[in-house]
Design a protein around this ligand. Structure first.
Ligand code: BG6
Ligand code: MG
Length: 224
């Protein structure tokens, strides 16, 4: 089936905010004397803020009251916002803006599908809100990736069906979410996902929309 919709994750695909998420969780973990390292951070990619904190608590074998969880998630977000407040337009990852504009000019629906509740703020900072036909972020869904809700909502918003959608993702939970929703997944800039996605790219600097879609559509035909 012909692909007509491209759905992009934000953190790690469009901009390298993963390190800011890491720094903010690290700061909070240090304050709470919780063990947390860069390797653990892989488990948090793509998952919601709340779920991320639960994972850190689980890794440390700790249970916490609901109100404390809320309080610390808010604290982490305040740290994170202090980092991304400084985000510059130039920090958009190489080739991304051209790829988005090219996709749009070729007539594809271009959708954002991110767990981040800060998505709008980040898109504004990077000045790329106009590139998207629809934005589905953490404020619009109940279920975190690997649940496919974010991507299915994005697909619905542009009147597409899952078989017509391709998701661009850097996280394992996001690749699973795409597959759980019946969509193809292109892994981006994270070699950890290479073996789980349908196709892998290091980034968008050398990526061409037409070439990529030909590859994906050809795979669909071969595995149909
Ligand atoms: C995802 C990130 O895009 O957004 C996760 O990969 C993060 O690491 C999640 O936890 C939620 O983001 P936010 O900005 O709402 O805390
Ligand atoms: Mg991501």
């Amino acid at each position: 089936m012909k692909i007509n919709t491209l759905i992009f994750d934000l953190d790690g695909v469009i901009v390298d905010t993963a390190r800011y998420h890491y720094l903010a969780w690290k700061k909070l973990s240090d304050e709470l004397n919780l063990s947390f390292n860069i390797r653990d951070n892989e488990l948090l990619k793509g998952v919601s803020r709340r779920r991320s904190f639960e994972i850190i608590l689980d890794l440390n074998g700790i249970k916490m009251d609901e109100d404390k969880i809320e309080e610390y998630c808010a604290k982490k977000n305040a740290y994170y916002l202090s980092y991304i407040n400084e985000l510059k337009e130039e920090e958009i990852l190489p080739g991304v803006k051209d790829f988005l504009l090219e996709a749009k000019s070729l007539g594809y629906n271009v959708v954002l599908g991110s767990a981040s509740k800060n998505s709008r703020f980040i898109l504004e900072k990077l000045r790329i809100e106009e590139c998207f036909d629809s934005v589905i972020d953490g404020t619009k869904v109940k279920n975190a990736k690997p649940d496919p809700e974010i991507f299915l909502k994005g697909c619905e918003e542009v009147n597409a069906i899952p078989e017509q959608c391709v998701v661009f993702e850097d996280s394992l939970s996001g690749i699973y979410a795409a597959h759980n929703g019946g969509m193809k997944a292109v892994g981006v800039a994270n070699s950890e996902v290479k073996q789980y996605c349908d196709y892998y790219i290091d980034g968008f600097a050398n990526a061409d929309v037409r070439v990529l879609m030909d590859i994906i559509e050809d795979k669909q035909k071969r595995y149909a």
